[in-house]
Design a protein around this ligand. Structure first.
Ligand SMILES: Nc1nc2c(c(=O)[nH]1)N[C@H]1C(S)=C(S)[C@@H](COP(=O)(O)OP(=O)(O)OC[C@H]3O[C@@H](n4cnc5c(=O)[nH]c(N)nc54)[C@H](O)[C@@H]3O)O[C@H]1N2
Ligand SMILES: Nc1nc2c(c(=O)[nH]1)N[C@H]1C(S)=C(S)[C@@H](COP(=O)(O)OP(=O)(O)OC[C@H]3O[C@@H](n4cnc5c(=O)[nH]c(N)nc54)[C@H](O)[C@@H]3O)O[C@H]1N2
Ligand SMILES: [Mo]
Length: 785
């Protein structure tokens, strides 16, 4: 007799219904009938049964045998060990490092997009374990919005990027023009930090159907541009501030700027205007000036200024343009431009940083926040805390005890001797991987909990196999803001091979350290979930009993409030700035910030300005004549799902495609489908040429997220990445001294047709594992047994 079940769960890419037949997953898709298509939802089986999975605990031979040559990392032999051996080994290493170097020797930053879930949150669990055993060095900030999240609080009093923004209904009702400024929401809203509900995508489609004028300012003709039938303004990469300044200049010159709003609601416009008009630097920021930088014709720039000011216009900023050198400037200048347009606080006008990421602008349900596992038990004070900006890890490993500037203060790097990573893939996702590989030679020990043999796992000493979220029970809400659903993330299949939950791994380690009671609080998996669920019941809602909810195998759906749908951000501030001041130094929008100016940073000054970056100076000579941008792919979440059949959407002739304009292709004698070498000052990668008019001339677009696949693993020169990972090309330079943010967009590159034998891609192949003596004698041959 065949058995067939349908199980409800969720992932970053939304609510899922998974079909299991005779114990085997054979189908997955959306949990709802009326949702926007999202291909990411269809590959659950491939994730669970992937040949890339780590099947059993593994240790690097040199590490096990006490060989101090750490250049073996990435190319050494792997040895299979038992869970008991592995956990003892990890426990002993952590204890040793703690004893010899103290908590400052242990880096547990472990940034990453681990699976969603209130309980099985690998990074939180790692932190909980490390806090209970004496503390660790953390990282702060993120790779997503490092520059914007640091600068915007000075400008508008909040970070904007992770804040709710004006309700979509107000956009639908009142906006005439929607500007997607470096944003690709049709792709990026397919994922959120919890589980996406894709409501933002539905709203964008409605905006298009309602005949709104949508303008994409982007070096790439993105999926959003195409699917929303938007006007494409093909700006040169990294030139946004120049364009914004020229629009601002036109507003000032043609008396289109809202002087009254600037007077009553902003601070420091005159200082900025002196710069804008060239009184401080003899360079008026005219459309003629900007045109040479951003590559757009003067009349087009002037037309944008006039159209924006004469119609209700909302500037929706994506995050790619701030993920670069001087990344604070476009974020700050976008707000200044919106202030000059004078529509901030009006329905359908102003600016936003979260409509295009996280489904901002979608009204919040009244359900409240679900409880979740915490980094410390209630009332527990860790003995030691320290943190570095997330993007500075490579620098910190290479230069222990170096002091850097950060946001008006100073940070001294710790001397890291052990790295523990659970839930991220830094060896593909961090910038400048050749430098990173060099840095990863520094620590004495690297432990990685992973599902798959990612490039990060391959660079570790001890690798512990972890379950996918489909092999355990959990809970998650949907929509970063909406909290529209509560999903039971029900276990779909038992743990595969020898994989364990991160929770159980850290509980076992906590046992060895004598803190299991505090770590686990004596609770089972379902006890925890029941407790989290009760936090919602405490909100006074009429929720079913946990057991009823859990048995029902259905998401709970909550409705939002009308008031939220029509909320206009900054409306109160607009109406009465005295009574409703912003959380800035002056209570107003700071076009000029005394606080930032007082930091006296050359690379981020008192008001937004145009900084000439490498691509625009003489250094971008014939050697590296092109600029690289690395957008997020519609068909994966960073490096996640890159190993599945979604590759068919992501690749050309089986390789990562680099988008190149036909004129550039001709110039460099490249045809569509050719295998091409991209080189930057940092490294080199193999890709296929995607010759297309959907990228601006002078720019190469290469999606981030390909698994780093070095020709000579562990080598720190410019070893070729066979799988086109963008981050072998990117630079370790940070956005500025203010944010110390990552800046992967905007490195200079050259492209040539690859000659010679094309190496095979091996990124997704697990390394060969030997078996230790104890395994040979004591354990079954079947990796699942
Ligand atoms: N060039 C370039 N680089 C970029 C960017 C860019 O725009 N350009 N974007 C940056 C941005 S915004 C971000 S957020 C980062 C993303 O960087 P990461 O978050 O490091 O990237 P992911 O590929 O999502 O890695 C998540 C890893 O967690 C693992 N994982 C999933 N669930 C679990 C679990 O339950 N337990 C454990 N132990 N592991 C799990 C997955 O297998 C995967 O390997 O990349 C950054 N890198
Ligand atoms: N499908 C999918 N969705 C995702 C993710 C994913 O990997 N895949 N990742 C999630 C995460 S962690 C994050 S942080 C967000 C990322 O969201 P974003 O940072 O907004 O996404 P990006 O694709 O990096 O950039 C958006 C657009 O900006 C353009 N762009 C790049 N440089 C410039 C520039 O200098 N000027 C201008 N004007 N445009 C530029 C790119 O071509 C792209 O079309 O997406 C989230 N959602
Ligand atoms: Mo991100």
């Amino acid at each position: 007799m065949t058995s067939k079940r349908q199980i409800i769960t969720a992932a970053h890419w939304g609510g899922l219904k998974v079909t299991v037949e005779n114990g085997v997953i054979n189908r997955s898709g959306t949990a709802f009938s009326d949702e926007q298509e999202n291909e990411l939802q269809t590959v659950v089986a491939e994730q669970v049964y992937s040949p890339s999975r780590i099947r059993f605990p593994t240790v690097r031979r040199g590490f096990l045998e006490g060989n101090s040559d750490r250049t073996l990392r990435g190319r050494d032999e792997w040895i299979r060990i038992s869970w008991t051996q592995a956990l003892d080994l990890v426990h002993n290493e952590l204890s040793r490092v703690r004893q010899v170097y103290g908590a400052q020797g242990i880096f547990g930053g472990s940034y990453g997009w681990k699976s969603t879930g209130a309980l099985h949150s690998s990074r939180t669990l790692l932190h909980r374990y490390l806090n209970l055993t004496g503390g660790f060095v953390n990282s702060f900030g993120d790779y997503s919005t490092a520059a914007a999240q640091q600068i915007l609080p000075y400008v508008v009093g909040g970070n904007e990027v992770y804040e709710q923004t004006s309700g979509w209904e107000t956009v639908l009702a009142c906006s005439d023009i929607i500007v997607l400024w470096g944003a690709n929401p049709i792709a990026t809203l397919r994922n959120t930090w919890t589980a996406t509900d894709q409501q933002g995508i539905t709203y964008f489609r409605r905006a298009q159907q309602a005949g709104k004028r949508i303008i994409c300012i982007d070096p790439v003709r993105s999926q959003s541009c195409e699917r929303l039938k938007a006007e494409w303004v093909p700006i040169r990469a990294g030139a946004d501030v120049a364009l914004m300044l020229a629009i601002a200049y036109t507003l000032a010159e043609e008396r289109l700027a809202d002087r009254a709003f600037l007077r009553t609601h902003t601070q420091g416009y005159e200082i900025f205007e002196a710069y804008l008009l060239g009184k401080t630097d003899n360079q008026p920021k005219t459309p003629q000036w900007a045109s040479r930088i951003c590559g757009l014709p003067v009349p087009q720039i002037q037309r944008l200024a006039r159209d924006f000011s004469r119609h209700r216009t909302i500037l929706m900023a994506g995050w790619g343009m701030q993920r670069r050198k001087y990344g604070e400037q476009p974020a700050w200048m976008l707000v200044v431009l919106a202030a000059m347009l004078g529509q901030i606080g009006l329905p359908g006008g102003g600016f936003s940083f979260s409509h295009v990421n996280g489904n901002g602008g979608v009204a919040r349900s009244q359900i409240g926040a679900l409880g979740k596992i915490s980094e410390k038990p209630v009332g527990f004070r860790p003995e030691f805390t320290a943190a570095i900006p997330v993007s500075r890890l490579t620098d910190a490993l290479l230069h222990p005890r170096k002091t850097i500037s950060f946001n008006g203060g100073r940070i001294t790097y710790p001397d890291i001797k052990l790295i523990y990573w659970a839930g991220g893939n830094p060896l593909s996702q961090q910038h400048d991987l050749n430098l990173a590989v060099q840095a990863w030679r520094q620590p004495e020990c690297i432990v990685v909990n992973e599902i798959n043999w990612t490039p990060t796992a391959k660079m570790a000493d001890i690798v512990l196999p972890v379950t996918t979220s489909f092999e355990r029970n959990d809970l998650t809400q949907s929509g970063s803001f909406s909290m529209r659903h509560l999903f039971p993330m029900k276990q779909v299949v038992p743990p595969q091979f020898e994989a364990k939950n991160d929770y159980d791994i850290f509980l076992e380690l906590a046992k060895r350290a004598g803190v299991a009671e505090r770590f686990g609080e004596g609770k089972s998996e379902l006890d925890w979930l029941r407790g989290f669920y009760s936090s919602l019941q405490n909100c006074g809602r009429n929720l079913p009993d946990f057991d009823v909810f859990w048995q029902a195998n259905r998401p709970l759906v909550f409705t939002d409030t009308e008031a939220d749908k029509h909320w206009v951000k900054y409306a109160d501030f607009r109406r009465d700035p005295q009574a409703n001041p912003l959380h800035t130094a002056s209570g107003k929008i700071e076009i000029y910030s005394e606080t930032v100016a007082a930091m006296r940073y050359a690379d981020c000054q008192g008001h937004p300005m145009w900084f000439e970056s490498e691509e625009y100076t003489e250094r971008s000579d014939t050697h590296y004549p092109l600029t690289l941008v690395t957008p997020h792919s519609p068909y994966r979440l960073h490096s996640q799902l890159a190993q599945t059949s979604l590759r068919r959407y992501c690749t050309v002739n089986g390789r990562e495609p680099a988008w190149i304009h036909p004129i550039d292709a001709e110039k460099y004698e490249i045809s569509h489908g050719d295998v091409v070498l991209i080189e930057s000052p940092q490294g080199q990668a193999l890709v296929t040429a995607n010759v297309t008019e959907s990228v601006r001339q002078g720019v190469i677009a290469l999606y981030q997220g390909a698994w780093y696949d070095p020709l000579n693993p562990g080598e720190t020169g410019k070893t070729l990445c066979k799988n086109g990972c963008a981050n072998v090309l990117t630079s370790d330079e940070s956005a500025s001294r203010l944010s110390q943010g990552n800046a992967p967009n905007g490195c200079v590159v050259r492209v040539t047709k690859f000659v010679g034998e094309v190496p095979e891609i091996t990124a997704f192949a697990p390394p060969y594992c030997n078996r230790s003596e104890s395994v040979r004698s004591g354990m079954s041959e079947n990796p699942g047994g």
